[in-house]
Design a protein around this ligand. Structure first.
Ligand code: FAD
Ligand code: MLT
Ligand code: ZN
Length: 514
């Protein structure tokens, strides 16, 4: 890697009123029984059913609780369900039959993709039936001229990119969980990720969806049209619904042409205050080739190094750095793009008041991947260090550092900043999207730490008129905090929509709505 130069210079509105709402008529949900298991065995082969329930003639199951554990526990091992049944349908028709039965029997279901969600939405709160989409993993069609890809919801994001690569296209979404998360899960969380700055949100790039509604009806909206103004755009309701309105079984998405040239650089900054002027400068100078502008503070970088995420930068390059920014360019002409990036770096280093200490520029695909590995590995580094309380917030860019520092000071004042309680308070995120990931790394999840953090963090977000969930969703983690970002009229209409689609409340119960 080539260090350009090292300079030894020393980075809601809160609607707290309680809500009145349309009362739900939904009676309590029932647990799945051996009769239900017998019914599902008529729909699915045994290889697609995992259940600890005995059969109808009381033969004990050979499935163990341990085998169900990966479906009952979330990625962070923070949220735990007690489902006794995981169903893995292969077709939309199978999903429809299962859901219809569950609706008639009032059995709660949890749609599950790659189970990489970070708000507890993908695992049961009790013993709901898990409907895991992993067996729905076929590409249905791809048109290399229009770039329109139609795929089963259970396709893994990375596999879709591998499928598209020979056609010179990419999925217009990228995130650290790409090796496990599914396109249906991405759509259902409206995942943002590392290149939203370039490709925009899934609300724009998803062209159509196929959804099994809570009564088992198949809503076919799998349009492969760029333009379709024929009334209400129903698919938008399911993008970010976190499985509370139906099960997404198919996705039509506009793939993007693969960039012909990409490059990246990690810039080391002496102080956070330089991030915003730097962002302004980078946007102006790189303009159309800028594809990512990602921020991470020094403390989380040190965790990444400690836990071997990517290759550590040279000591000289990190000395005196309070934070870092990863800038990526993607374009169509290597010479042109490199000239632009080099001009930017020279301009940054030669300025009278440099915004950066130094920069580490990738020189080949391996180095490009290695720089990205540091940024993409932050989530993993944090979770290797301890138990993470993850706050995924939208706030004004200038408040990023203040929010991290204020939270740290608050925890210190509560006597919680000690190695056996809170170990680190770190910040990273998508500067281009105004999205900070405030992570509090603790030795264990404890009620004491949670009480110190909530509502403290949400009130801080409210003070900045921000969002309590920029991209991870509400899940089960933030149902009680929804009102910091949505007023009572909004929540009331969300509830009405939920009741309209799912009057018996079977679809991912306990998620999103308080
Ligand atoms: P799951 O975790 O299985 O489910 C998530 C939610 O969607 C649940 O509520 C579930 O019920 C619902 N759901 C899943 N599939 C369906 C379906 N077919 N139909 C209806 N509902 C469904 N998120 C970001 O936005 N940006 C990031 O940069 C990002 N990076 C991440 C990095 C790591 C290392 C990890 C672990 C997570 C990251 N996430 C990120 C979180 C994120 O939400 C996801 O990884 C991803 O979008 C979830 O997809 P999944 O298939 O794993 O869904
Ligand atoms: C990220 O940006 O890395 C993801 O959203 C995951 C996280 O917040 O850790
Ligand atoms: Zn993120």
């Amino acid at each position: 890697m080539y260090a350009t130069r090292h300079l030894a210079r020393r980075f809601a509105f809160s609607q707290t009123r309680r809500l009145s709402h349309v009362p739900s008529n939904a009676p309590a949900l029932k647990s799945a029984t051996s009769e239900d298991l017998a019914h599902f065995s008529k729909i699915l082969p045994q290889t697609c059913i995992l259940s600890t329930l005995p059969s109808l003639n009381n033969t004990p199951s050979t499935t163990t609780i341990e085998e169900l554990a990966p479906f009952n526990n979330d990625w962070m091992n923070k949220y735990h369900g007690k489902s006794e049944m995981v169903l893995r349908p292969r077709t939309t028709e199978e999903v429809a039959q299962i859901v219809k039965w569950c609706n008639e029997k009032r059995i709660g279901v949890v749609p599950q993709g790659g189970n990489t969600g970070l708000v507890g939405g993908s695992v049961p709160t009790k013993n709901e039936v898990v409907i895991n989409l992993a067996n729905m993993n076929k590409v249905r069609s791809f048109d290399p001229v229009s770039g329109i890809l139609v795929a089963d919801a259970g396709c893994i994001l990375e596999s879709l990119n591998e499928y598209l690569a020979p056609h010179n296209h990419i999925v217009p979404l990228d995130l650290g969980a790409k090796g496990s998360c599914q396109i249906g899960g991405n759509v259902s969380t409206n995942a943002g990720g590392l290149r939203l700055l370039r490709y925009g949100s899934l609300h724009g790039s998803v062209l159509g969806l196929e959804v099994v509604l809570p009564d088992g009806t198949i809503l076919n909206q799998l349009s492969s049209l760029r333009k379709d103004n024929t009334g209400y755009d129903l698919k938008q309701l399911f993008i970010g619904a976190e499985g509370t309105l139906g099960i997404v079984t198919g996705v039509s998405i506009l793939a993007a042409p693969a960039p012909q040239a990409t490059s990246n650089v990690i810039l080391a900054l002496p102080k956070f205050d330089n991030v915003l002027p730097l962002f302004t400068k980078v946007k102006r100078q790189l303009s159309e080739i800028l594809s990512a502008f990602e921020f991470f503070d020094r403390e989380v970088y040190d965790l990444a190094v400690k836990h071997n995420q990517g290759r550590a930068l040279n000591a000289d390059d990190v000395e005196g750095a309070e934070c870092f920014v990863l800038v990526e360019t993607s374009g169509g002409n290597r010479e042109h793009d490199e000239a632009k990036l080099n001009a930017l770096l020279e301009n940054l280093l030669e300025s009278d008041e440099p915004l950066i200490n130094t920069g580490v520029l990738s020189q080949n695909p391996a180095q490009f991947a290695s720089l990205w590995a540091i940024r993409e590995g932050l989530t993993e580094a944090v979770s290797k260090e301890g138990k993470a309380y993850k706050y995924d917030i939208s706030i004004p860019l200038k408040a990023f550092k203040e929010v991290v520092d204020t939270t740290r000071e608050h925890l210190r004042s509560q006597g919680l900043l000690r190695h056996d309680a809170v170990k680190n308070v770190v910040g990273y995120g998508h500067v281009g999207d105004g999205n900070l990931h405030l992570n509090i790394v603790a030795a264990a999840y404890t009620p004491e730490i949670e009480a110190a953090l909530e509502p403290f963090v949400y009130e801080l977000v409210g003070k900045y008129k921000g969002s309590v969930s920029a991209e991870h969703g509400i899940g089960v983690m933030k149902t009680h905090a929804l009102h910091y970002s949505k007023d009572e009229v909004n929540i009331e209409w969300m509830r009405r929509i939920k009741n309209l689609f799912d009057p018996h409340g079977i679809m991912n119960p306990g998620k999103v709505l308080p």
